[in-house]
Ligand binder design. Structure first.
Ligand SMILES: Nc1nc2c(c(=O)[nH]1)N[C@H]1C(S)=C(S)[C@@H](COP(=O)(O)OP(=O)(O)OC[C@H]3O[C@@H](n4cnc5c(N)ncnc54)[C@H](O)[C@@H]3O)O[C@H]1N2
Ligand code: MOO
Length: 448
């Protein structure tokens, strides 16, 4: 048995005997059955987190396009113009009128600075970026560049590689079809057309579309602001483990992970195991989402549940039937901010990120004008190797995905990051385990 298999086996066996106690039960409280009544089924926990995301009420703001990336549209994106705004040549060649051969427009009179009104346009013909060209008489042709306005009377654009010029005569071995290589005005949208619904994330492509459609500023709902609180006196910010202390693996990981899931991380703070500092940080937070690491279990310095209890927070998810990570929790603080409590074991923290933080951040807040609904079901893939399961809980296992399926990785014990660092997804293995070939839901990692 490899080290991580042993670690898994131990975690599974431990979970079997000793489920976490909640802040409400405490040491010496009810036994496992009662502890587990507070546990959400894994799918239900993700749904509860998504609901919490939908219930957020972020302040709308109008920001320049350059600042809008990563936020969500507060209102639908409607076209402020037809696209294209005018009939446009799709190719470099000639605008032609009627069946060929055609007479080419006379080259412009060199004595005139601006020959735009000439049927031939400027010295290079009709170029992109100029005003309306003169009409093209039947039987005539004029050189035209991609993106230039089509002169009235044009029946097609003949690509430069399809025409032969002799003197002022243009011939085409094969005549272009009527309308060929002309992008008609409003082919993509008419002014006022709805391009995207409210709630859509502003991606680089959305920025491009918004600019093309005439927008200089966008009404957005800002990304949720997240604060990370790293708990644990044993954690070192740098150097090698020493004197029983270990490196903080979650401080460097959780903030960037939340950013990748759509949050704006304002701070990562190390609070040690100081209950008062935790209470003050939670009471005074200005973030939309607080993410704590560690301190979710029932040890003597596990302060998260007691702090939430003292603040009168609303516990929305109090433990989840998932391995690793079952002590994870989701709460609403009295001020309205959400709190995700990640367990301290590093892979258990990843499990909490993907089970609670990710659906909360990814689900768009419900807007008056609607918007995208909740995310659909997770994609599935066949397991390329059998995975031992937990008797009652979903198990999340790092996998590498290829076109044949999902290959489970080693080093997937709760305290290990070696598997997940090489993974591109976590497979959700149902209670009882998964045999090779069975289809399992996959949680893709944000950067995979
Ligand atoms: N009696 C029980 N004890 C525990 C149970 C249980 O069911 N009954 N569950 C275990 C499980 S599963 C987990 S996961 C942990 C969760 O514990 P906490 O969230 O309270 O986390 P800590 O106790 O603070 O730390 C656990 C472990 O992780 C290490 N850690 C913490 N933070 C970091 C960090 N930033 N970087 C690296 N490593 C970290 C910490 O040193 C501990 O080794 O509870 C079990 N106990
Ligand atoms: O199963 Mo825990 O939540 O060690 O990771």
């Amino acid at each position: 048995m490899s080290g991580d298999e042993l670690a898994d086996a131990l975690a599974l066996a431990n979970g079997h005997r000793a489920a976490p106690r909640t802040g409400r039960t405490g040491p010496g409280g009810p036994g496992e059955r009662e502890h587990r009544t507070g546990h959400h089924d894994w799918t239900a926990a993700r749904a509860a987190a998504a609901r919490a995301g939908a219930e957020r009420r972020p302040e709308p703001a109008t920001v320049p396009l350059a600042d809008a990336l990563g936020h969500r549209l507060a209102e639908p994106l409607d076209a402020l113009t037809d696209l294209p705004a005018f009939d446009t040549s799709a190719m470099d060649g000639w605008a032609v009128s009627g069946p060929g051969p055609w007479t080419l427009a006379a080259p412009p009179d060199g004595s005139r600075e601006d020959a735009r009104d000439e049927p031939s346009g400027g010295p290079h013909g009709l170029l992109a970026g100029h005003g309306a060209p003169a009409p093209l008489p039947d039987g005539h042709a004029v050189r035209i560049a991609t993106g230039a306005r089509i002169p009235p009377g044009t029946t097609a654009v003949l690509r430069s590689e399809h025409g032969e010029v002799r003197g002022r005569r243009l011939r085409a071995p094969r005549a272009p079809q009527h309308g060929a290589d002309i992008r008609p005005r409003a082919q993509e949208c008419r002014r006022g057309d709805r391009l995207l619904a409210a709630g859509a994330p502003v991606t680089p492509a959305v920025l491009g579309l918004a600019a093309a459609a005439g927008w200089d500023e966008l009404p957005v709902l800002r990304r949720p602001r997240a604060e990370v609180l790293v708990l644990g006196d044993e954690l070192l910010p740098s150097g090698l483990p020493e004197g029983g202390r270990i490196r903080d693996a979650l401080g460097p990981m959780v903030g960037p992970w939340l950013e990748a899931a759509g949050a704006e991380v304002t701070a990562t703070r190390r609070l040690g195991d100081d209950a008062d500092a935790l209470l003050a940080a939670l009471a005074g937070t200005t973030a939309d989402l607080v993410v704590t690491t560690g301190g979710t279990a029932c040890g003597p310095v596990d302060h998260v549940r007691p702090a939430l209890h003292r603040l009168g927070a609303d516990l929305l998810v109090d433990g989840v039937a998932v391995r690793p990570g079952h002590p994870m929790l989701l709460a609403r603080l009295p001020g309205g901010a959400h709190l995700v409590g990640l367990p301290g074991n590093p892979l258990a923290a990843v499990s909490g990120l993907l089970t609670l933080a990710e659906p909360l951040l990814r689900t768009p807040p419900r807007t008056d004008s609607g918007g995208p609904g909740p995310a659909g079901p997770l994609p599935t893939a066949p397991l390329l190797g059998a995975v031992q399961g937990h008797p009652r809980d979903t198990r999340l296992v790092p996998v590498v995905q290829d076109d044949r399926g999902a290959r489970p990785l080693n080093f997937s014990g709760p305290a290990m990051l070696r598997g997940i660092a090489a993974a591109d997804a976590l497979a959700a293995v149902p209670p009882g385990g998964g045999s090779a070939g069975s289809a399992v839901p996959l949680l893709r990692l944000p950067w995979a």
